[in-house]
Ligand binder design. Structure first.
Ligand code: COA
Ligand code: AMP
Length: 624
């Protein structure tokens, strides 16, 4: 039996000893004596009697172990033309002082802090400062509109917002304070203060409730790490479900620290002192887990990149960063590679850089198409590892465990389920599928440490959304199959969640925006294949009877409305006015059928269709 198989079997047969062993990699103020608490099943908790501080584990303990001079963070920002490094001692000191600043505003254990910052070191400092106090951070991605920010403010009810004066996109400066101001006119909850990091390129005019980061920190005293229960929340990260209301995924302190530290070594083969780069954003789970917490928990060096794969300044940007900082591995989304490949298909930029220290490319966030896999593999000459996970799971469900035992890769497969994840392929009745047969991907409970224990403030919603479809299982929302050797193939979502350039979005929330237009009687938004972004949303609207509006005017208004209410990341540009939408006899819109036709598949017409002629009339429009 190989190391992977042995580990996998042990993790399922004896999770208690498997995860207590893994917990030894973490410094506890009170070490756990038990791993799993199943007393409130199906809501499980890990390390119920353990106590720790995550910020201490990410920073102080490395300094105390004599590694204070080791580089913790390299900030590389082509959009501002700057690069800056922080040692573990420097980062710890900055985090301690900012934690003191938050404390001076009355932020303490259990309080929420919304973090609305671009990819600057202060984002990492704020997250870790919250963790230091036992406060709960919730990072909101800068590409979301005020309404989305308002929904998160009302759900998390933060005491304080920490923001920057602006984010920098290649084509424009995004001023953050007007977005926050507008969000606060929409939200019911009002945080007491907004701390503003002034950026030289576009400082903001501060309002009465606003505090300047630099001035606040100048008066602050460093704060010590506060021990919290392993089961206390570390952060809330909102993600798109099928409705307009975002889901607040909760992450605990103990299970998260244990799982991430374990994954860094076993999956990514990254060790103390290695340089590791995740090109994502701290607004997404990939950024939380693998820009901030995982690399710092194990004492590695993490790269924080404020730029894009192309255009900042060119398609060689990623290769420059790898070679300049001697990164051992890169983790990004396939869409970033497709963007590079599109501009530089022959890899002429790549050969300009010394990539001799580069060992592995990890990709996740969306399906890795075989063409991109082969291109990356040929050009880079290193293993290309597709791995599969979700905001909810916090770390990969399936991957090639490079540190445990490198397995042969199979294009199209995320390799194998990782220890802790009891993956099952189920049909509509909950019957397990044979190898090769596609079905709904579910995970037998309990989920391992690091996965969400619940949704913020709403256990019932967690149970209803994830645990009710199949008794004793977590529903991933993805479909796929396991082959005869146990390799997993993830095929796509079974719900209305779409993935646009690695950004997870809900077509349901876009439909809500379109439906609010006075000319629209009904509508549907589907995700259609796009060769760069993976998927793009496409809207289909039916006008109210008697409405007289120019179609191009309506289109512009709807595109503007989605940008205004959801944000530019939705990349919503495609909308058609149609006579009718195809439905089942019970009135359900046939989104899956339309999606299949739009993607060029030979989609069977469901027997439950109300009027096949409606679908036929739509076919040419869907095929574009
Ligand atoms: N703040 C404000 N606006 C943002 C933003 C942010 N943090 N991030 C993106 N946007 C805006 C962009 O400016 C753009 O606006 P525009 O319509 O005015 O041009 C829009 O949102 C779409 O941006 P993006 O998704 O970045 O698409 P793009 O066409 O500009 O670039 C890629 C395409 C593939 C290069 C880019 O999507 C990319 O780098 N993808 C990788 C994504 C990733 O890392 N995902 C994380 C999951 S692992
Ligand atoms: P997010 O919560 O934003 O990380 O998005 C999670 C979703 O992205 C999953 O449910 C999948 O649909 C998709 N996804 C992530 N990684 C992969 C992958 N390696 N292969 C296929 N789909 C993926």
């Amino acid at each position: 039996m190989g190391a992977y198989e042995e580990s996998y079997r042990r993790s399922l047969a004896d999770p208690e000893s498997f995860w207590l062993d893994a917990a030894a990699a973490i410094s506890w103020t009170k070490p756990p004596t038990r791993a799993l608490d199943d007393s409130a099943a199906p809501l499980y908790r890990w390390f119920p009697d353990g106590e720790l501080n995550t910020s201490y584990n990410a920073l102080d303990r490395h300094v105390e172990a004599g590694h204070g001079d080791r580089t913790a963070l390299i900030y590389d920002s082509p959009v501002t033309g700057s690069t800056r490094s922080y040692t573990y001692a420097e980062l710890r000191d900055q985090v301690a002082v900012f934690a003191g600043a938050l404390k001076s505003l009355g932020v303490g254990a259990g309080d929420r802090v919304i973090v609305y910052l671009p990819m600057v070191p202060e984002a990492v400092v704020t997250m870790l400062a919250c963790a230091r106090l036992g406060a709960i951070h919730s990072v909101v991605f800068g590409g979301f509109a005020p309404k989305e920010l308002a929904a998160r403010i009302d759900d998390a009810r933060p005491k304080v917002i920490v923001a920057a004066s602006c984010g920098i996109e290649p084509t424009r400066i995004v001023e953050y304070l007007p977005i926050i101001e507008e969000a606060l006119t929409l939200s019911e909850h009002r945080p007491e203060r907004t701390i503003v990091l002034q950026r030289e390129i576009a400082p903001a005019k501060l309002g009465e409730r606003d505090l300047d980061w630099v001035a606040l920190v100048a008066d602050a005293q460093p704060a010590d790490p506060v021990p919290v229960a392993a089961t206390d929340p570390l952060y809330i990260l909102y993600t798109s479900g099928t409705t307009g209301k975002p889901k607040g995924v909760v992450r605990d302190n103990g299970g998260h620290a244990v799982a991430l530290a374990w994954s860094m070594r076993a999956v990514y083969d990254i060790h103390p002192g290695d340089v590791w780069w995740t090109a994502s954003d701290v607004g997404w789970v990939v950024g939380h887990s693998y820009i901030v917490y995982a690399p710092l928990l194990i004492g590695a060096t993490t790269v924080l990149y404020e730029g894009k794969p192309v255009g900042t300044p060119d398609a060689g940007a990623f290769w420059r960063v790898i070679s300049e900082h001697r990164a051992k591995a890169l983790f990004t989304a396939p869409t970033a590679l497709r963007a590079i490949k599109k501009v530089d298909p022959d890899g002429t930029e790549l050969v300009k850089y010394d990539l001799s220290g580069f060992r592995t490319l990890f990709l996740a966030g969306e399906r890795l198409d075989p063409e991109t896999y082969h291109w990356a593999h040929d050009k880079l000459g290193v293993p290309v590892v597709d791995h599969w996970w979700q905001t909810e799971t916090g770390w990969p469900i399936a991957a090639n465990p490079r540190g445990l035992e490198p397995l042969p890769t199979r294009p199209g497969s995320a390799t194998v389920p990782l220890p802790g994840w009891d993956v099952r392929i189920l049909d509509g009745d909950g019957v397990q599928q044979a190898p090769g047969e596609e079905g709904s991907i579910a995970i037998r409970l309990p989920l391992p440490p690091g996965a969400l224990p619940t949704l913020w403030g709403d256990d019932q919603r967690y149970v209803d959304n994830y645990l009710s479809r199949y008794d004793g299982h977590y529903l991933t929302g993805d479909s796929g199959y396991l082959d005869a050797d146990g390799y997993i193939f993830v095929m796509g979502r079974t719900d209305d969640v779409i993935n646009v350039a690695g950004h997870r979005l809900s077509t349901g929330s876009m439909e809500a925006v379109l439906a609010a237009h006075p000319a629209v009687a009904e509508c549907a938004v589907i995700g259609v294949h796009d060769s760069l972004k993976g998927q793009l949303p496409r809207g289909l609207v039916v006008l109210k009877a008697g409405v007289d509006i120019d179609e191009s005017v309506l289109r512009d208004q709807l595109v503007a409305a989605v940008r205004r209410d959801i944000g530019p990341v939705a990349a919503f540009r495609d909308v058609s006015v149609v006579e009718a939408l195809p439905k089942t006899r019970s009135g359900k819109i046939l989104r899956k059928t339309m999606r299949g036709i739009a993607d060029g598949r030979d989609e069977p017409v469901p027997s439950t269709i109300e009027d096949p002629a409606v679908l036929e009339a739509l076919r040419p429009i869907l095929r574009g």
